[in-house]
Design a protein around this ligand. Structure first.
Ligand code: ADP
Ligand code: MG
Length: 273
């Protein structure tokens, strides 16, 4: 017993701790002193005490699972719908996006395709909806098309290749970002087709692209494959076409305007130097 700590009564016995650990109740083991202290002060019934202890373990498990899912999701940055300025981008159907945030699309394995030029918020919206799915307990994986294409090419054996493919088939929500920046090799194009086919009616794909569907033949280097892929991808899908100005440009313009305003306030000599 540690004489410095004035709370010897709340130090759990080694027997209890090792039993908790043997049962895998690590969250309860970690917080047991506090749980016991609370019980000593509040004097709950046996049943209420047991319930509090179990809830502690369940909460700890849920937090660990969430942290695990977040790490596995590889979301590039945490984007939310709250931080999306719908006024700036009126071509984004706000009502539809808010409805999608209730996550019916995850249950129905409906794909979401965000189309538009750079900077209009495609990745932001896809990440925000994927983040909402993650918060609701679904497994998520974020990848770019080039990352995906690299991961699925040049496999030593069909079995190893299937295992790699499974990584992208298993998550309930798969984000494929930046479709259109890289042209795929024949092998990569077939891999993408296999993936879309494997997820068809099973798991939602959130895809962002700056390329119109008409150009997917060139993207995949194969018109027949592209149309078969689009057929599956778009059968159960919401296509959100965004037109408008780049938000990045807006930020840059605002920055330049503020620099210009600062410059105007300075004396002419300072501006010239
Ligand atoms: P895209 O994927 O269409 O090229 P992004 O989603 O990456 O564009 O957006 C570029 C940057 O601008 C990101 O930091 C994003 O969070 C931000 N952004 C884009 N549109 C909006 C918006 N309407 N409101 C707030 N931030 C936005
Ligand atoms: Mg993007």
């Amino acid at each position: 017993m540690n004489p410095v700590l004035k709370t010897p009564l709340t130090v759990p016995s080694d027997d209890v701790l090792s039993a908790l650990k043997a049962l895998g109740l690590t969250a309860l083991a970690a917080t047991l002193p506090a749980v016991l202290e609370q019980a000593r002060t509040a004097q709950p019934t046996y049943e209420a005490f047991l319930q509090a202890a179990l809830v502690t373990e369940l909460t700890g498990r849920a937090e660990r699972a969430r942290a695990r899912r977040l790490r596995a999701a590889r979301l590039p940055a945490r984007k939310t719908l709250e931080s999306f300025d719908f006024q700036f981008q009126p071509s984004v159907p706000e009502r539809l996006i808010r409805e999608l945030a209730t996550l019916g699309f995850v249950e129905t394995a409906t794909n979401l395709v965000f189309l538009g030029p750079p900077g209009v918020g495609k990745t932001h919206l896809a990440s925000a909806l994927a983040g909402a799915a993650l918060d609701a307990g679904h497994s998520v994986l974020f990848t770019t098309l080039s990352g995906l294409a690299e991961a699925l090419e040049g496999s030593p054996s069909p079995t190893a290749w299937r295992a790699r493919l499974r990584r992208y088939v298993a998550p309930r929500v798969l984000v494929i970002d930046e479709v259109g920046y890289t042209r795929l090799t024949a092998e990569q194009a077939h891999a993408l087709f296999e993936l879309v086919t494997a997820r068809y009616e099973k798991g939602a794909i959130l895809l962002t692209s700056n390329t119109s569907f008409a150009d997917w033949g060139a993207l995949l280097g194969n018109d027949v494959l592209a149309s078969a892929l689009l057929d599956r991808l778009l059968h159960h899908a919401e296509v959100i076409a965004i037109s408008g100005a780049s938000y990045r440009m807006k930020e840059r313009t605002a920055l330049q305007a503020s620099h210009a305003a600062q410059g105007a306030q300075r004396p002419a000599t300072a501006v010239a130097s």
